[in-house]
Design a binder for this molecule. Structure first.
Ligand SMILES: N[C@@H](CCC(=O)N[C@@H](CS)C(=O)NCC(=O)O)C(=O)O
Length: 235
């Protein structure tokens, strides 16, 4: 049975898991979740206890939520492709550190901007406070990540890894939310984003999110219906 990834729109952090699955090149399917609508029950509710994306129905049975768990799962299956590193090595520690930083700082800080977006227009003061906090905190993250990319082509090691996949799904939020002009404020970081944006897996993930014709250069086998997935997880 191939793995099935629940990805979220609009612009979820699950984008990185789609990119990583494409890079892995093994068969997988997708199921789309509208994060602004009521969440479905069934296999999604079982796979994702808090109703968040991403969640993954694992090929061998069972499910994983949490981007870090999913990305490490994919990386472990793509060591030959360089998506991750063997546990116990210095490189693995670097990758684990970078993923943790991207999640606990970068994702959380820009997440304040998404909270402002969800607050709606009625609470103007609340929105502005959250947006100011998001900008102040995330500016430090963009600057820090840019400093790491000075003299380095990739976030970890000398080739692309699941960290770059996760990064590109989150880094776009600064402009999505109208908080930053990344090309102007963080040109080296923006250059890294532009390189990733030209990657076929990233182009594919955008097309999937936007429901446009999507050309997989990996193992995409189509979308799966929820009722079909319900049997995958025992009650
Ligand atoms: N800790 C989770 C957080 C995932 C998360 O924040 N997902 C967001 C999209 S980026 C989501 O599903 N939001 C909808 C909701 O919370 O209802 C992870 O890292 O996977």
């Amino acid at each position: 049975m191939e793995p099935v990834l629940f990805y979220g729109v609009p612009h979820g952090c699950s984008f990185g898991s789609i990119v990583a699955l494409e890079w892995l090149g093994q068969p997988y399917r997708l199921h789309r979740i509208d994060m602004l609508a009521d969440k479905p029950g069934g296999a999604f509710a079982k796979a994702s206890p808090f109703g968040q994306t991403p969640a993954l129905l694992v090929g061998g049975g069972g499910a994983l939520s949490e981007s870090l768990a999913i990305l490490h799962h994919i990386a472990a299956r793509g060591l030959d492709k360089g998506l991750g590193f063997a546990q116990g090595t210095k490189e693995f520690d670097q990758l684990n550190w970078m993923l943790s930083y991207l999640h606990t700082s970068f994702h959380s800080n820009l997440g304040l901007g998404w909270n402002a977006f969800k607050l709606g227009k009625n609470d103007k003061a609340g929105r502005e406070l959250l947006r100011t906090m998001a900008r102040e905190k995330a500016a430090k993250d963009y600057a820090y990540l840019q400093s790491l990319l000075d003299g380095s082509e990739w976030l970890v090691g000398d080739h692309k890894t699941v960290a770059d996949a996760y990064f590109i799904g989150i880094a776009r939020w600064g402009e999505d939310l109208g908080l930053f002009d990344l090309a102007k404020e963080f040109p080296r970081l923006h250059q890294h984003m532009a390189k990733l944006e030209a990657d076929p897996a990233v182009i594919f993930a955008h097309a999937i999110e936007d429901e446009k014709p999507a050309t997989s250069t990996g193992g995409f086998r189509g979308h799966a219906a929820l009722r079909e997935l319900d049997t995958r997880l025992a009650a």
